[in-house]
Design a protein around this ligand. Structure first.
Ligand SMILES: *Cc1c(COP(=O)(O)O)cnc(C)c1O
Length: 415
């Protein structure tokens, strides 16, 4: 029996794999609570509000848990809006961000009465106006602060020339239009500079820009701003790389509050759930080919795409060694998908494991299930929440029939 991972004893992980099958995502409620209180503890005394970024892990049980701890939600789609409602998060606690909100999503958000819509472009004001009717809504401006971060190119969002946010020099004109509007209330200025950020100086640099633009707007007569939104992106340590230093980060938040006098909104996703989750997979085969040692498991890139998409490295642990475990070696852990990019780990050390063994890909709580797909017509994994000695299935493995729901081989032809 291997060591426990994620703080969950190996015996419980084994029981989960038997009860729910594999592949299965496992989330540890206590680990999520610990992360939440580490963040709020570091921010003690600073007026702030945490809006959990739903896209990191949108399971209803995770949303309910975080809401129970006091978090609101940061959403990027109409689907996430519905999820937050299903999980019992009041619409007033929801911030709607995103670069491509469509008219249906905007209408749903306005009708629901979301707490804040973060506007990313002047043309989005027209889109909101066209769905407002007699309603009114609080809006923020997501600024592009022109801050570069040392993260994967796909997870940088705050640099000049990216699709995100309103360039700083265009903010005053946009703010002027919002302030003059009878049914839009400009209450927030914010940013989101990227994901998996370990260097607090990125936030400091962005916070300086936000402070500057807020004081410019105030000098211009704008007196409706109530909060400043620092976005999410706090980095975690997957394989020993540095994570965000909470002390330094909290200093940035404190200073931003002191210089603006505003409450600070935070939108962490990965930080709260990333290290609290793992993906359990069963070893199907061991294979030696071309001088490499493969462990073929029943989870693939459709279940967990981070290694293939971001070249992400994750810790691996062996929960059950299986039969005739081969000695510890450097292995490639790969899935069943017909694609060479289908790997969960390349050239990584793994404890002895054989066919039938159970492995856990650690640090898979964020951007794991939420980015999974049914590629190769593989039903999506089950999800399990562990709470102390108990566990419960919080999403059944997707039934195969759902894979072709809405499809037909005999369409009603339209000509
Ligand atoms: C994705 C996203 C977040 C969360 O990012 P993490 O790296 O998971 O903290 C926060 N805000 C916005 C607008 C986002 O798009």
């Amino acid at each position: 029996m291997g060591q426990g991972v994620l703080g969950v004893p190996a015996a419980i992980l084994s029981r989960i794999a038997r009860a729910a099958g594999t592949p299965t995502y496992v989330y540890d409620a206590d680990a999520i609570r610990d992360r939440y209180s580490a963040l709020t503890g570091a921010l003690a005394g600073v007026p702030h509000r945490i809006h959990y970024s739903v896209k990191a892990n949108s399971n209803l049980a995770v949303l309910k848990l975080l809401h129970g701890l006091g978090a609101g939600a940061d959403i990027v789609s109409g689907g996430e809006l519905r999820r937050t409602a299903e999980a019992g998060i009041p619409p007033g606690d929801v911030v709607f961000s995103g670069v491509g909100k469509n008219p249906l999503e905007l209408r749903a958000a306005v009708l629901a009465g979301v707490g804040l819509i973060n506007i990313e472009d002047e043309s989005e004001v027209d889109a909101i106006e066209s769905v407002l009717d007699d309603a009114s809504v609080a809006v923020g401006v997501r600024v592009n602060p022109d801050v570069t971060t040392e993260t994967h190119p796909y997870t940088q969002t705050g640099a000049r020339g990216m699709k995100f946010g309103v360039p700083l020099d265009r903010v005053p004109a946009l703010a002027g239009r919002l302030v003059a509007h009878p049914r839009l209330r400009l209450v927030s200025i914010g940013m989101h500079v990227g994901s998996q950020i370990a260097d607090a100086r990125c936030y400091a640099e962005g916070a300086d820009k936000l402070t500057g633009i807020i004081s410019f707007l105030r000098d211009d007569g704008v007196d409706t701003i109530r909060s400043v939104d620092l976005g999410g992106g706090l980095g975690v340590s997957y394989t020993g790389e540095p994570a965000i230093d909470l002390g330094l980060y909290a200093e940035v938040v404190r200073r931003l509050h002191e210089r603006t006098g505003l409450a600070v909104l935070l939108e962490p996703g990965r930080f709260l759930v990333g290290e609290a989750g793992g993906l359990l997979a069963r070893v199907l085969y061991r294979k030696h080919s071309g001088g490499r040692d493969f462990v073929i498991v029943d989870a693939g890139m459709n279940d967990f795409v981070r290694p293939a998409l971001y070249q992400a490295r994750h810790r691996l642990s062996v929960v059950e060694p299986g039969s005739h475990p081969l000695p510890a070696v450097r292995v490639d852990v790969v899935g069943p998908i017909c694609e060479s990019g289908d790997f969960l780990a390349l050239d990584q050390d793994l404890a002895p494991v054989g066919v039938g063994g159970l492995v856990c890909i650690e640090g898979a709580g964020a951007y794991g299930f939420s980015m999974s797909s049914t590629y190769n017509s593989r039903p999506r994994a089950a999800e399990v929440l562990v709470d102390g000695p108990r566990f419960g299935i919080v999403r059944e493995r997707e039934p195969m029939e759902l894979l072709w729901i809405g499809e037909t081989a005999e369409p009603q032809w339209i000509d």
